[in-house]
Write a protein of this length. Structure first.
Length: 394
């Protein structure tokens, strides 16, 4: 009996151990197969995951770059807006400053030239104002006036073109010079219209700058072409042309005040130029002196009278005086008519660009092979309308 029980115990133990071992072996195999499958899957998916990671990084980098670019764009727009506002503020400041200065009385102890300098300062670096000034007291719808306006306008589309009658000229002079009583008195005292035209052209150019041309002129080239390409506009303060250049041994004194004269029928200038201040001062002083001497009435049919009072004679003297004033012009050597005699191309001396005689007095017909044609700017018919003034004995 004891042997029989022992046998059954051993038999049960074997039945328990064998299935257990089998189960363990099956479990180990399953685990090993599972790990092998996972590793194989990971290895297969690894390139895709790496590529996705790189793409994600690139996308993030592109988004960052887009954000930075947008930020820079907004910064640039903000700076441009600030600069624009700054310019507007500067313009408003200048306008306000000018209004304040206009309200201030001119100090009474200033000389006439100091008053002109005080009211009309000169900025050599300023641009030439885009104004064309002309004077005409007839009907504004006259065919000649309309043609003239169209010709100058077609050649210079960016310019403001004003044709002024006597009433408008008077209003402009009052507006800019009512605080300088000497000028107002001299202007009112001038006995003829031609003298007032000369004086007022200087007054308007001094205050506003731009281009003055007589009504009997025709443009050949646009005004910007008057300045040679080799020169910068900020080097130039005024452009004048030669009216008369006497030939050797000629009797020039019969018809002209100076051997070489600068014309005043075509002038381009920046406002406040010292030459304009001086010509205004000299005409004012001469007129008031003649008024005091009761000698305002002269023979105005004589060109020399006009030339020496308000015209090209005194205009020439003032320009040469400017050249020979080193402090004003910076020209060290003495300047005379010889420096401009028979010039064939524009000549810059100090800040004055002097054009040859044929530039503002060009021929009406120009040949293609004419070597001077590049410097033909204005045709001037020279219709001297003051010839109709009554003759008055001196």
């Amino acid at each position: 009996m004891a042997k029989s029980r022992s046998f059954w115990k051993v038999k049960k133990l074997v039945w328990f151990i064998v299935p257990t071992i089998v189960l363990v072996l099956l479990g180990v195999r399953f685990v090993n197969n599972s790990k092998s499958t996972d590793l194989q899957t990971i290895l297969q998916n690894l390139p895709t995951e790496i590529s996705q990671s790189i793409n994600n990084a690139n996308n993030k980098q592109q988004k960052d770059a887009d954000i930075i670019a947008r930020f820079e764009e907004l910064t640039a727009l903000l700076l441009a807006k600030q600069e624009e506002q700054s310019k507007e503020f500067e313009k408003e400041r200048k306008v306000l400053e000018k209004k304040i200065n206009d309200l201030k009385p001119v100090p009474e102890d200033l000389t006439l030239r100091e008053k002109l300098s005080y009211n009309f300062p000169y900025d050599p670096r300023a641009k030439f104002p885009a104004f064309i000034w002309q004077m005409w007291n007839g009907k504004r719808d006259d065919i000649e006036v309309l043609i003239n306006k169209q010709q100058w306008g077609d050649k210079n589309p960016g310019f403001v073109h004003e044709i002024l009658n006597d009433e408008i000229v008077d209003a402009i002079v009052r507006h800019y010079y009512n605080r300088i009583p000497e000028i107002m008195e001299a202007y009112a005292s001038l006995p003829t219209r031609i003298l007032k035209i000369d004086f007022s052209k200087y007054l308007i150019l001094l205050a506003r700058g731009g281009v003055y041309v007589d009504m009997d002129t025709v443009p050949i080239q646009p005004i910007p072409n008057w300045i040679p390409e080799a020169l910068e506009p900020n080097e130039i303060g005024m452009i004048v042309g030669i009216e008369h250049d006497a030939a050797p041994n000629s009797n020039w004194r019969k018809n002209f005040v100076r051997r070489l004269q600068f014309g005043n029928w075509a002038i381009q200038t920046k406002p406040g130029h010292p030459i304009l201040r001086e010509i205004v001062a000299q005409i004012t002083e001469l007129t008031l002196h003649r008024k005091e001497e009761n000698s305002l009435t002269l023979n105005f049919r004589n060109d020399l009278t006009i030339m020496g009072w308000t015209g090209s004679g005194v205009w020439t003297d003032v320009i040469f005086t400017y050249f020979n004033d080193y402090i004003k012009s910076g020209v060290r050597s003495k300047t005379t008519w010889r420096d401009f005699h028979d010039i064939r191309r524009p000549k810059l001396l100090s800040d004055i660009l002097v054009l040859p005689q044929f530039s503002f007095d060009s021929p009406q017909t120009i040949e293609n092979d004419d070597p001077r044609k590049n410097y033909y700017f204005v045709v001037h018919s020279g219709s001297r309308f003051w010839k109709g003034a009554p003759k008055v004995e001196q």
